[in-house]
Design a protein around this ligand. Structure first.
Ligand code: NAI
Length: 261
């Protein structure tokens, strides 16, 4: 537990499922005040709010599409209006779909880039603007992926968005370090969430993924949430501009595991 997170105001985007849900819940367990952004599933966010309150935190929900600038502005403003300030911004919402690049339309490209990358830009900008105005030494946590460094055929738009998140976050970290605002990325490998439901329900496809993970297991959302609360806490007070990989070793060249090469 991170005692300094008690009472902190935390916004989590895309919080009604998967990693966002686990992160929002863990902040609730740390007794933070959590703003649960959801896109479509209001029922799931109501369930989450109940769980956060039962765990000792406070929570409100805000519908919003992170690819729309006005929605992101309203999300951050609601956090400030309802809870009085903003300490932590977790830009988690993201989408992916498989398309061979020769068939990838500009419309599909724009959808992924505007959700995954532009959404993180506007979320970070709005949070930083408020933190600067109120001299808050806050923490911005951006959800990237191992695909910020591992190329991924058929997912060019997704990989490009995650590579962009890495450089955006490093740039913001450098720009706002003098103000004590820390900006970091989380880069999960293969985690058991709805984004992977189809793949992991096919035993052969799951086996192929496991071959790429030195620890030979799929990660759980709570293992990513644990990293998020640490990054937000004062235990990570000297950590900025970095990426924490939570991937069971996937980025450590698994094909070399047997000592060949
Ligand atoms: P998920 O599909 O359960 O969660 C994505 C969330 O984003 C959903 O709640 C969805 O409603 C929300 N969302 C989608 N479009 C949105 C929009 N325009 N505005 C607001 N919210 C929107 O999947 P998961 O795994 O929890 O994904 C969360 C993040 O983690 C994504 O950024 C994803 O790229 C990243 N990630 C996930 C990995 C995994 O293995 N599960 C691996 C690496 C990265």
């Amino acid at each position: 537990m991170f005692k300094d997170l008690e009472g902190k105001v935390v916004v989590v985007t895309g919080a009604s499922s998967g990693l966002g849900r686990a992160i929002a819940k863990r902040f609730g367990e740390e007794k933070a005040k959590v703003v649960v952004n959801y896109y479509k599933n209001e029922g799931k966010s109501d369930e989450l709010i109940k769980e956060i309150k039962e765990a000792g935190g406070e929570a409100i929900k805000v519908q919003g599409d992170v690819s729309k600038e006005e929605d992101v502005k309203r999300l951050v403003q609601t956090a400030i209006d309802e809870f009085g300030t903003l300490d932590v911004m977790v830009n988690n919402a993201g989408i992916q779909n498989e398309v061979p690049t020769e068939e990838l339309s500009v419309e599909e490209w724009n959808k992924v880039i505007s959700t995954n990358l532009t959404g993180i830009f506007t979320g970070s900008r709005e949070a930083i603007k408020y933190m600067l105005e109120h001299d808050i030494k806050g923490s911005i946590i951006n959800m990237s992926s191992v695909h910020q460094i591992i190329p991924w055929p058929h997912f060019a738009h997704y990989a490009a968005s995650k590579g962009g998140i890495k450089m955006l976050s490093e740039t913001l970290a450098l720009e706002y370090a003098p103000h004590g605002i820390r900006v970091n990325c989380l880069a999960p490998g293969a985690i058991n969430t709805p984004i992977n439901k189809e793949k992991f329900s096919d035993p052969e496809a799951k086996e192929e993924v496991l071959k790429m993970i030195p620890m030979k297991k799929i990660g759980e959302p709570e293992e990513v949430a644990a990293a998020a609360v640490w990054l937000a806490s004062k235990e990570a007070s000297y950590v900025t501009g970095t990426t924490l990989y939570i991937d069971g070793g996937m980025t450590n060249y698994p094909s070399f595991q047997a000592g060949k090469g």
